[in-house]
Write a protein that binds this ligand. Structure first.
Ligand SMILES: NC(=O)C1=CN([C@@H]2O[C@H](COP(=O)(O)OP(=O)(O)OC[C@H]3O[C@@H](n4cnc5c(N)ncnc54)[C@H](O)[C@@H]3O)[C@@H](O)[C@H]2O)C=CC1
Ligand SMILES: O=C(O)/C=C/C=C(\O)C(=O)O
Length: 499
């Protein structure tokens, strides 16, 4: 019998009222008064009405964020900022069920996974960055030119970049909020957040948490709406100092062009088509479920998804058979059913995209081992799919699908698989499964990717730098590395006369 989760009372209240913007600490409707519906991807029904932002709302939010840079936020000690970030973590943790349910309803993902993975990770992200405000140090630097040593005292300060525009995607809506806001706030910036139009709910609940945590008005502003209506004016805004973006490579390129007006800083966390390599000596009892999880986690809607599997020819048939057995056993269903593993993809548009890829794979000669089509005829469900005997040049191999679809290719030599793994426009992540750790490290060094997991996959941590080579992005998120893009370094020089 399928057990479904009930909607907690607080979450139900949020769904009943219009989901508004948060501007200068106030819950406000759009200047235009317009709204749009956010839908439940398991059945296409309306979950809530959301205010539709425009450039006018963006202007108000940016002005509030600019003012807040000069307000009480600026005068707080690093310790006070750290305490606020820790408080945000505590409040999210207390409201785990509410956040998990809203995330599941809005994205379609499993509520069980949202509760066990998404929300706890968000809490960890805020706790990790709560420790950083007091550790953002400059340096004292000895100078040689133009004067001799000892004549000048020179030091650096780490200062906030200023107003950050954070534009995020729909696959991990709350987690992406934490990836952008925790470091931005730790460094003393103020923020205008634009959630994805498909998944506005947890950002709205997060807005309530901010007030309860004592974040001063205007430090974080949230404007809902679509890319052209809200994202584009935010990127083009002359009073925004930095854009931090997670989404498609195509929009990432548009953002780079649009940010040129005031040469605002841009960091991009974009798409991927990550290789996952199983060598003949791998522990297949680990590698096969590991490869399945690498693609099917979050319905394949993960930028890091291990979507191109390379298997040594000696174990190819065994691996493909093992993967097919796992894929056939995955429970596809509503995210709100506790035993669901594969929920619907986020929207009808995403469903059409994924089905289009499945059709092109079939047309181009991929062998459908299991899955290959839509699951049911209500909601946006896709069957967990394994396409074997695929090759470069097929769209399913070359392009990011962002659904539960794995392509499998055969290889014989290490050199051959390194070349094939790197033959992609992307460079976000990769996986290597082998008992030969010397080979694993050698191959890890050759992969052109920002994260490589050995005998594991998708291990993410707030302390570990994360980002892409090639067209997977610019800059690094998480860890100390993220502060390169959330702070400006100021050099201060003063003469120190001897008398
Ligand atoms: N790197 C990642 O984690 C993600 C990658 N994708 C990839 O992108 C594909 C399409 O998904 P979409 O939702 O259409 O991604 P998208 O890149 O269009 O949307 C991501 C965010 O960018 C905003 N946006 C769209 N156009 C904009 C513009 N001109 N200026 C500023 N902001 C803009 C959207 O409103 C949303 O908040 C997916 O199938 C997947 O391949 C999608 C989501 C996340
Ligand atoms: O593994 C996780 O919990 C989260 C992964 C997030 C991404 O891969 C993403 O942002 O797409």
């Amino acid at each position: 019998m399928t057990v479904s989760i009930d909607i907690p009372a607080d979450a139900a209240r949020l769904l009943a009222a219009p989901v508004n913007h948060l501007i200068d600490g106030a819950d406000v409707a759009s200047a235009s008064g317009a709204t749009f519906p956010t839908l439940d991807p398991s059945n296409g029904e309306v979950l809530a009405q959301v205010s539709t932002g425009t450039a006018e709302d963006v202007d108000l939010a940016v002005a509030a964020a600019r003012r807040a840079l000069r307000g009480p936020w600026k005068d707080m000690t690093p310790g006070e900022r750290g305490k606020i970030l820790w408080k945000i973590a505590d409040l999210i943790e207390e409201r785990t069920d509410e956040f998990a349910v809203l995330e599941s309803l809005d994205t379609g993902k499993s509520v069980t996974i949202a509760r066990a993975v998404d929300v706890p990770l968000v809490v960890e992200w805020f706790r990790y960055f709560a420790g950083w405000p007091s550790k953002l140090e400059g340096a004292t630097i000895p100078v040689t030119a133009p004067a001799g040593p000892g004549k000048y005292h020179a030091y650096t300060r780490r200062e906030p970049v200023g107003v950050v525009g954070a534009i995020i995607a729909w696959n991990f809506p709350l987690l992406l909020v934490s990836w952008k806001l925790a470091p931005a706030l730790a460094a003393g910036n103020t923020v205008v957040l634009k959630p994805a139009e498909q998944t506005p709910l947890t950002a709205s609940l997060f807005g309530q948490v901010l007030r309860d945590a004592g974040v001063p008005d205007g430090v974080v502003n949230i404007v809902h709406g679509d890319g052209p209506g809200v994202g584009a004016p935010l990127v083009a805004h002359p009073d925004v100092d930095k854009i931090s973006f997670t989404g498609s490579t195509e929009v990432g390129k548009e953002i780079v062009r649009a940010a040129a007006g005031n040469l605002k800083k841009v960091t991009l966390e974009l798409g991927g088509k990550s290789p996952n390599i199983i060598f003949a000596d791998a522990d297949l009892a680990e590698a096969i479920p590991g490869a399945a999880n690498a693609i099917f986690f979050n319905q394949g809607e993960a930028c890091t998804a291990g979507s191109r599997l390379f298997v040594h020819t000696d174990v190819y048939d065994e691996v493909v058979a093992g993967l097919a057995e796992i894929a056939r056993g995955l429970k596809v269903g509503r995210g709100m059913d506790v035993d669901t593993v594969i929920g619907p993809v986020v929207s009808d548009q995403q469903l059409e995209r994924v089905l289009g890829y499945l059709q092109s794979g079939a047309d181009e000669g991929a062998r459908v081992v299991t899955g290959g089509g839509r699951h049911g005829d209500v909601g946006y469900f896709v069957e967990p799919t394994i396409l074997a005997d695929t090759r470069p040049g097929m769209r399913v191999v070359d392009e990011e699908i962002f659904g539960p679809v794995l392509t499998v290719q055969r290889f014989e030599s290490t050199e051959e698989v390194i070349e094939a793994a790197n033959a992609t426009a992307y460079g976000l992540a990769g996986g290597i499964w082998t008992k030969d750790l010397a080979r694993a490290h050698a191959v890890a060094a050759e992969l052109r990717a920002g994260s490589v997991w050995i005998n594991s996959y998708n291990v993410l941590d707030p302390a570990l730098p994360f980002g892409g080579y090639k067209q997977s992005g610019w800059g690094r998120e998480h860890g100390v590395a993220v502060f390169d893009s959330y702070t400006e370094t100021k050099t201060v020089v003063v003469p120190i006369p001897l008398h």
